[in-house]
Design a protein around this ligand. Structure first.
Ligand code: X2W
Length: 291
């Protein structure tokens, strides 16, 4: 770690301490997280919009975790970047049930964009003196979801942890793109939330965090909802007219995920600059979803 980075780290910690509940609370969480097996700490899903709009806050939050000895597992999407690059190539956007119909021509662009976004995040982390490992293949073994409807879109069938474990063993943050491949080696486009869900089911980490541009689920006034208890609020919530399509899908996915995990598991949705607050304070940040 160089001097400038040292100072920056100290400044981050001081900022954090002063803005949060206090050192005692932070050290409690730090101790708890440090005692976990590296694989069990946290899976952080990063939406493409965060990579586009908030990469500085994202990299400093992730680098901070590494500075305090914790290694999150990062999985990212690239939705807005794909929209842009495909449109620039004259390929019209078509989605079914929120999933992008992917032609062979589109897949070439999907691969290129995923690789570019992955490398961009890894390089941004390295520029922050963090250790990060690019993983764009070898994790998600997939099959065609429904080739007639979606084209080259995958459904994850198996998760291979070896590339992730190798990075963690080296103390390096695994940065994983949500591309899948069939047993025969065909690359497929996989929705990043779906891929994150599969990863979480296998790893069952202590913390599951979705980083989004909105910083949580929003109520009818556009205000972040603090917490949702799905066992009592799911029906009521889904019946609300102000719940938009994207949020509906997200809540359904989180419910589906939590249903498959131990009862004590929760999912947090927050902003990248509030990641430390979410992890190290009782109050947390963004929206906490429980079952
Ligand atoms: C997604 C993959 C990217 C993604 C897509 O093509 O947009 C499918 O829809 P975000 O930014 O996390 O939404 N794949 C099949 O999920 O990115």
């Amino acid at each position: 770690m160089n001097d400038a980075h040292d100072i920056q780290t100290r400044q981050t910690i001081v900022r954090l301490l002063s803005s949060m509940a206090g050192a005692k609370e932070i050290s409690q969480y730090l101790k708890r997280f440090s005692q976990l097996d590296a694989k069990k700490f946290a899976v952080v899903k990063v939406g493409g919009a965060v990579l586009r709009d908030d990469i500085d806050a994202l990299t400093s939050s992730l680098a901070f975790l590494q500075d305090v000895g914790l290694t999150p597992i990062v999985i990212h999407g690239a939705g807005p970047q794909l929209d842009q690059e495909l449109s620039a190539a004259g390929i019209e956007k078509q989605t079914v049930n929120g999933l992008r119909v992917t032609s062979p021509e589109a897949l070439a662009i999907v691969r290129r964009v995923f690789h570019a976004q992955n490398l961009r995040l890894v390089e941004a982390l390295q520029a922050f003196d963090a250790r990060a490992t690019s993983i764009v293949s070898g994790v998600f073994e997939a099959e065609y979801l429904d080739r007639d409807t979606y084209g080259l879109v995958g459904e994850v069938k198996r998760v291979h942890l070896a590339p992730i474990e190798a990075a963690l063993n080296a103390g390096s943050i695994p940065v994983i793109a949500s591309l899948g491949e069939t047993a025969g080696g065909q690359i497929l486009n996989v929705n990043a939330d779906f891929a994150a869900n599969e990863l979480v089911q296998i790893l069952q980490p202590y913390k599951i965090v979705f980083l989004t541009g909105t910083g949580g689920l929003l109520d009818d006034n556009g205000k972040v909802i603090d917490s949702i208890n799905l066992s009592t609020e799911y029906q009521h919530l889904m019946a609300q007219p102000w719940i938009n399509g994207g949020m509906r899908v997200k809540i359904e996915q989180i419910k589906d995920l939590l249903d498959k995990l131990p009862l004590t598991t929760s999912v947090s949705i927050t902003r990248p600059d509030e990641l430390a607050k979410e992890l190290f304070t009782h109050k947390g940040s963004g929206t906490l979803v429980r079952r």
